[in-house]
Design a protein around this ligand. Structure first.
Ligand code: AMP
Length: 590
């Protein structure tokens, strides 16, 4: 069943940054979008941090609040664009003072504290590559990612250092400096960042930066193998800026709150860069999700544009509408969501509880910026991800037996016509497109075929060009908006002496979308028990942190393909009580 479209009032349509989607789409070109930015003075290139900070600090917006950080105790720190310029200069000088050179990787493992923004933007000023990590990761995923990216610097807190880094540091010889944010002494081999910043020079000249210089390294997961480091360049800022203008309707006088975790791509592209390039005020909240707290932040900070995620909205929806009504949300002008399928009920609930419908949009780590979106002046079709942003061509490709786009002799077949379903693909060439997977040219190469970038998602398109998410074409799991690679989880479980083999799937969950469930075959001499189940779950949590399985079942007859891989698809079908589908590749078949 499709829900009634939600139209927009005339005054909203008229005042939107993009009042006419079809016209802007027709006339759009990336060179014009690039001209909305300043470029480094003296034609010295394009640097994300200059566009986000320094150009405002040099102009009329110097004293406007760039960052308003609410801490766990509700204390608010405000930083103007002029002050942010100085803080980020100081950070760049701290890096230089410690001999950290251009192109080296600086990782952050931080919550939403002011130093997160200072470190991220200071890193980009220095010409280093920023790689943000999810602070709820356990030691193992952190170590793997630091190793793959050859992290030279890590910025973290004393608590995270003690709990997660100390135990892995000896195995990371390339990690030369750990900068810690906090009052207590984190111990030998660490540098107190606040003290270092206090003593650093406030002036720094951003070196010439080519738009193609590496800027960001975001880790993502595939079905197999180690995590993939997707590389983005400084030119990505052109897409961050343009998409925030069209898909988030962002303006300089907005107060913008992006709730994404700083460790995921959204936390950087839209939690830091895009709103600052517009000279807006970024609100951040260090606290964890809590319905009352979030409504309070929306109301007290007078948030006007809110970018959040389906899981959070579903958690808000569990409370009565009176809760939302108790807060003054009249400042809220625009609400958008990303990261996982947004059920139509949530879009409609937004209209009722927040007074604004929720605009779903779609993108992924590799695309660097929003690709498909519902727009401010266009009707929303609840349940649909919307239409491609100006400058983006999206298509659907015919799929083969393995569920992915059918590639024959390097060519693919685009599905035209109405109401078709296939693998979602994008025409390469937009500025924030990833430029590679670090040390993994093969995996990068197979992401493209027939002139398309293949997204790994299956989608449908209706007669009016709206895209509808159908599912993933592979086995990766989306839990509470976080992409989880089953292989990484299986590998961690198999390090337990009782585990012979593991198969990990996403099990549908009404709030988190999916939760991670593991099926485990035991080694001889071990027998299933509740104690062993608890032990394995705890083992997973200790190593993996938030991406560990929440459920675990013993299964001494895991299904395998003829090539010996655990058939996750079949585990999932069995879990859901679905037809088992085509089993021709199952080892016991035929
Ligand atoms: P990530 O690279 O972690 O940002 O995850 C990207 C994946 O999240 C996409 O390939 C989709 O599978 C999923 N995703 C992102 N946005 C949406 C959305 N609006 N609707 C459905 N799935 C989404």
């Amino acid at each position: 069943m499709r829900w009634e479209p939600i139209g927009k009032p005339d005054e909203v349509r008229a005042s939107a940054n993009m009042p006419d989607y079809d016209r802007v789409r027709r006339e759009f070109d990336w060179a014009e979008a690039r001209s909305q930015l300043s470029g480094l003075p003296g034609s010295r290139g394009l640097n994300i941090a200059y566009e986000a900070v320094d150009r405002h600090a040099a102009g009329e917006r110097a004293q406007v609040t760039a960052l308003r950080c609410v801490d766990k105790q509700d204390h608010v720190t405000e930083i103007s664009y002029a002050a942010l310029r100085e803080w980020t200069n100081r950070f760049a000088n701290v890096l230089g003072g410690h001999g950290v050179g251009r192109g080296e990787r600086v990782y952050t493992l931080l919550g939403r504290v002011p130093e997160l923004y200072i470190a991220a933007l200071g890193t980009l000023k220095a010409g280093c590559v920023l790689s943000p990590l999810f602070s709820a990761f356990g030691p193992q995923p952190i170590a793997d990612r630091l190793r793959i990216g050859q992290g030279a610097v890590l910025v973290t807190t004393p608590r995270l250092y003690r709990n997660k880094i100390e135990q892995i540091r000896a195995g990371l010889p390339q990690l030369r400096h750990v900068l810690v944010v906090g009052d207590s002494d984190a111990g030998p081999g660490t540098i107190d960042l606040r003290e270092a910043l206090a003593h650093a020079d406030t002036e720094f000249e951003i070196p010439p930066t080519s738009p193609e210089d590496w800027a960001l390294l975001h880790f993502t997961s595939g079905t197999t193998g180690s995590p993939k480091g997707a590389v983005h360049v400084h030119d990505a800022v052109v897409a961050h800026h343009a998409t925030a203008r069209y898909a988030l309707d962002l303006r300089p006088d907005d107060v913008f709150w992006c709730t994404a975790d700083p460790g995921w791509v959204t936390g950087t592209s839209y939690g830091i860069i895009a709103p600052l390039t517009h000279g807006a005020t970024v609100v951040s909240d260090e606290g964890e999700f809590d319905a009352r707290r979030w409504y309070r932040v929306l109301a007290e900070q007078r948030v006007s544009v809110w970018y959040t995620a389906p899981t959070a909205l579903r958690m808000l929806m569990r409370h009565s509408p009176e809760l939302a009504a108790a807060y003054d949300l009249s400042g809220l002008r625009y609400v958008a969501s990303v990261g996982e399928p947004l059920n139509p009920e949530v879009v409609v609930w937004g209209q009722e509880a927040l007074g604004r419908p929720v605009h779903d949009n779609w993108w992924q780590t590799e695309t660097g910026a929003i690709m498909i979106s519902n727009f401010p002046a266009e009707e929303i079709r609840p349940g649909s991800m919307g239409r491609p942003v100006p400058g983006i061509e999206a298509g659907l490709l015919e799929r083969g037996e393995d569920g992915r786009a059918l590639v024959e002799h390097g060519t693919v077949r685009e599905l035209t016509g109405d109401d078709v379903e296939g693998e979602l693909a994008l025409r390469p060439g937009w500025p924030s497109m990833f430029r590679g997977y670090l040390h993994d040219d093969d995996r990068y190469a197979v992401s493209f075929a027939g002139g398309w970038y293949l997204t790994g998602d299956i989608a449908a398109r209706d007669a009016d060009g709206y895209f509808w998410f159908v599912g993933r074409a592979d086995d990766v799991i989306k839990s509470a908006g976080h992409l989880v690679g089953p292989f990484e989880v299986e590998s961690a479980l198999m390090e337990h002496p009782a585990v012979a083999e593991a198969g990990v799937i996403g099990k549908p969950d009404p709030v988190a979308g999916e939760l991670v469930k593991a099926f485990v075959a035991l080694r001889p001499g071990h027998t299933p028990s509740d104690e062993l189940r608890s032990e394995l779950l705890a083992f997973g949590r200790r190593r993996l942190g938030a991406v560990a399985p929440k459920e675990l079942a013993f299964d001494d007859d895991l299904p395998h393909t003829r090539s010996g891989k655990v058939m996750r698809r079949l585990l999932r079908s069995r879990e859901l009580g679905l037809a088992e589908g085509d089993l021709s590749t199952l080892e016991h078949a035929g």
